[in-house]
Design a protein around this ligand. Structure first.
Ligand code: ZN
Length: 587
C-alpha cells in the first residue's frame, strides 16, 4: 500500500465530499443524500447520487461509483497517487509517497516529462535554421514572436528520427517515447517520429502539463492535422486547446473556435478566453469541461457549410448540458483574424462588439430558417412556422419562447396563440422522445456494464444477486459478517468477481480492519469493479440484515452452486462418454 491506512482515513475524514463533487455537478439535497446530473454520461433526469454519510457516490444511470478518490480519478483522469495528493493538498495534509510508488504513476510522470522535453525540442527547431518555412507560415498568419513563445509553438523536422534521437540522447527509453505517442514503431521495428515537417501546437492541461500535440501541415499534405492519439495522460475527447490560459482569463464566457490557429490569433488580439477543439466534432467530455469553466460559450466556427453544420451540433449539445450558447457571425471576413486586421486599429474593439452582440443559438437557428423559406407565400409561411416551432420547442425558458413567438407573429402576421399551441405540441413530443431515449441509453449502458464488470452475472443471475446481497450485508454490518464467514467459503461463490470481493473483505476482517474501497489497489480491482463494489454497498437496507434474509441469501447461493456443479459434472461425464464412443468406433 502506498499510503498508510491511517493517512487515508484521516484524509477522507477531513475531506468535504459534498463540496468537491459540487464543483463538478449541480447537486441538490434529497433526504439524507444528494442527487444531480451525472458528470460521466449524458442525461436529462438526475440519477447521480452522493451519499455524504459514507462519502461515496453512485450513478444509477451508468453504474459508475466509488469514493471521492475514485471520483477524482474519473473526473480529472488522475491516477490513484495524484488523486490522494490533490485531496491532501486541499485539506493541508502532507502526502508522502512511499518507495513503492506505483508503476502507473511513475509511467505517467515520465510521459509528462518526455512531452515537456519534446515541446522544448519543437520550439528550438522552430527557432533554428530548419524552422524557416514554419516561421514564415506564422508570419503570414500575423503571429508575433511573443505569441509563439506564449503558446510554445514549435516545428517538427521532416527527417523522421530527429526527435526520437534527441530524446534517446536525453536518456528516454523507446518504450516511453512510443507510450507518449511521440514515435511509432515502423515495420522494420525502428522507432520513427510521429510528427514530421509540421507546425506544432502543444496541448497543455489545466494543471500546466504538456499532455499532447497537434501538428499542422505546412503545405497541402494530408491529413492537414495530426494529433497525439490517446495516451496514459491524454484523452482527445475530454481536452481542449488553450483551456490552460482561458481558465485564468477571469471571464465566465468562453469563445470556442474550430482550429488552433484561430484560438492563437484571438489570444494575440486580446481574447484570452478562447479555446479550440482538437480537430474532431465537439464531444460530451469537452462540453462537460467547458461547463466547469464557463456559463456561456460563444461559438466562432467557420462560415462554410461544414463549419455551420458542426456549429449546429455543438449548439444542441451545449444547450442540453445547461450551457448558454451564442453564435458569432463575422461580416465580410473569413475568420476573426482577418476581421480584426481589416478593421485596423479599431479591429479589437469592433470584434469585442461582435462578441457582445452575438446572437443566441435560437436566434441563429431562426434566422437560418428564414433564409430557407419564402414567407411571402402561404405555403412558405406554414413551412417556416412549423420548423420555427420545432426550434422553439427545445427552449427551456418560457420567457425566451414567448419573446420569439411574438417576433414570429410580427414577421408572419399569424396569431401568436396558434404559434404557441404548435410549440407546446412539439414540447410534449420532445419530452416523450427524450424519456424514451434516456431509458434506451440507460438500459444499453447497464447491459454493457453488466457484461463488462461481472461478465458471469448474466449467465448466473440468481446466484450473482444472492452473492451481492451477502456481500452488501457483510460490508454494512460487521455483526452479520462473522456469522457469514463461518458459514460459507469463497468456493461457494459462483461468479469470479464476487468471489474476489468476498476474499478481499475477508482479508480485511482477518486483519481486524473495516473494509473500505479506498484501500483497494489498482491491481486488485479496476475502476469499473470499484464502481460495482460501491453499488453493492449502497444496495443495503436494514431489511436485508435480518436473520431470515441472510439465511435466504445463503441458501440460494448454496443451491445455485450445487446446480452449477452438477451441470459441470454432467458436461464432464458427457465428454467422457463421447471419447469412449469414439474409441469404440475406431476399434
Ligand atoms: Zn452516469
Amino acid at each position: 500500500m502506498m499510503f498508510s491506512e491511517d493517512f487515508i482515513s484521516e484524509l477522507k475524514e477531513r475531506t468535504n465530499v459534498e463540496e468537491i463533487i459540487s464543483e463538478y455537478v449541480n447537486i441538490s439535497r434529497k433526504g439524507k443524500n444528494l442527487i444531480g446530473l451525472c458528470p460521466f454520461h449524458a442525461e436529462r433526469t438526475p440519477s447521480f447520487c452522493v451519499y455524504p454519510n459514507n462519502g461515496s457516490f453512485y450513478c444509477f444511470g451508468c453504474g459508475i461509483g466509488g469514493d471521492i478518490i475514485t471520483f477524482l480519478r474519473l473526473a480529472e483522469h488522475f491516477d490513484y497517487v495524484e488523486a490522494v495528493k490533490y485531496l491532501a493538498e486541499r485539506v493541508g495534509m502532507n502526502a508522502v509517497v512511499s518507495d513503492e510508488e506505483n508503476e502507473v504513476h511513475k509511467q505517467k510522470s515520465l510521459v509528462y516529462k518526455v512531452n515537456r522535453d519534446a515541446a522544448k525540442f519543437f520550439y528550438n527547431s522552430l527557432m533554428s535554421n530548419r524552422g524557416v518555412e514554419a516561421l514564415n507560415y506564422l508570419k503570414n498568419r500575423h503571429i508575433l514572436p511573443k505569441t509563439v513563445k506564449h503558446f510554445g509553438l514549435g516545428y517538427a523536422p521532416p527527417k523522421g528520427y530527429a526527435l526520437t534521437d534527441y530524446l534517446k540522447r536525453l536518456g528516454y527509453s523507446e518504450e516511453i517515447i512510443i507510450l507518449a505517442n511521440l514515435a511509432t514503431k515502423t515495420r522494420y521495428s525502428k522507432c520513427r517520429d510521429r510528427f514530421e515537417g509540421r507546425l506544432m501546437f502543444p496541448i497543455i492541461d489545466v494543471r500546466g502539463n504538456v499532455i499532447a500535440f497537434g501538428g499542422r501541415a505546412l503545405k497541402n499534405e494530408i491529413p492537414k492535422y495530426i494529433n497525439t492519439s490517446d495516451t496514459p495522460v491524454f484523452k482527445k475527447s475530454s481536452n481542449l486547446f488553450a483551456l490552460n490560459f482561458a481558465k485564468n482569463s477571469g471571464q465566465n464566457k468562453i469563445i470556442l473556435t474550430e482550429g488552433y490557429m484561430d484560438a492563437v490569433s484571438l489570444h494575440q488580439s486580446g481574447f484570452p478566453n478562447t479555446v479550440a477543439g482538437l480537430g474532431t466534432a465537439l464531444t460530451l467530455g469537452q462540453v462537460k469541461l467547458l461547463g466547469r469553466y464557463s456559463d456561456e460559450v460563444i461559438l466562432s466556427y467557420d462560415a462554410d457549410e461544414a463549419g455551420q453544420k458542426a456549429a449546429k451540433k455543438a449548439m444542441d449539445m451545449l444547450r442540453e448540458n445547461g450551457i448558454n450558447v451564442k453564435v458569432l457571425s463575422i461580416p465580410k471576413a473569413k475568420d476573426p483574424d482577418e476581421y480584426i486586421r481589416l478593421n485596423g486599429k479599431d479591429g479589437t474593439i469592433k470584434f469585442k462588439n461582435l462578441i457582445d452582440n452575438s446572437k443566441s443559438d435560437t436566434e441563429f437557428k431562426l434566422e437560418s430558417l428564414k433564409i430557407k423559406f419564402d414567407i411571402s407565400s402561404s405555403e412558405g409561411k406554414i413551412k417556416y412556422l412549423t420548423e420555427a416551432a420545432k426550434v422553439l420547442s427545445s427552449c427551456e425558458s418560457a420567457i425566451e419562447r414567448d419573446i420569439f413567438s411574438s417576433k414570429l407573429c410580427d414577421e408572419t402576421g399569424i396569431n401568436k396563440s396558434a404559434i404557441s399551441l404548435q410549440i407546446e405540441k412539439y414540447r410534449k413530443m420532445n419530452f416523450k422522445k427524450h424519456k424514451k431515449n434516456e431509458f434506451k441509453n440507460i438500459s444499453k449502458l447497464t447491459a454493457a456494464i453488466n457484461d463488462k464488470v461481472n461478465k458471469e452475472k448474466r449467465e448466473n443471475l440468481r446466484a450473482a444477486c444472492a452473492e451481492e446481497s451477502v456481500l452488501s450485508c457483510i460490508i454494512n454490518n460487521p455483526d452479520i459478517a462473522n456469522n457469514i464467514f463461518s458459514r460459507i467459503s469463497e468456493d461457494e461463490f459462483v461468479t469470479d468477481l464476487n468471489k474476489r470481493i468476498y476474499r478481499s473483505i475477508k482479508n480485511f476482517s482477518e486483519q481486524n480492519k473495516s473494509f473500505d474501497v479506498s484501500f483497494l489497489s489498482e491491481k486488485e480491482f479496476s475502476l469499473e469493479e470499484i464502481g460495482r463494489i460501491t453499488k453493492i454497498t449502497c444496495l443495503y437496507t436494514p431489511n436485508m440484515g435480518t436473520r431470515e434474509s441472510v439465511n435466504e441469501y445463503i441458501d440460494t447461493l448454496l443451491e445455485e452452486k450445487r446446480k452449477k456443479n452438477i451441470k459441470n459434472e454432467n458436461s464432464e461425464s458427457e465428454i467422457k462418454k463421447y471419447i469412449e464412443n469414439l474409441k469404440k468406433i475406431k476399434k
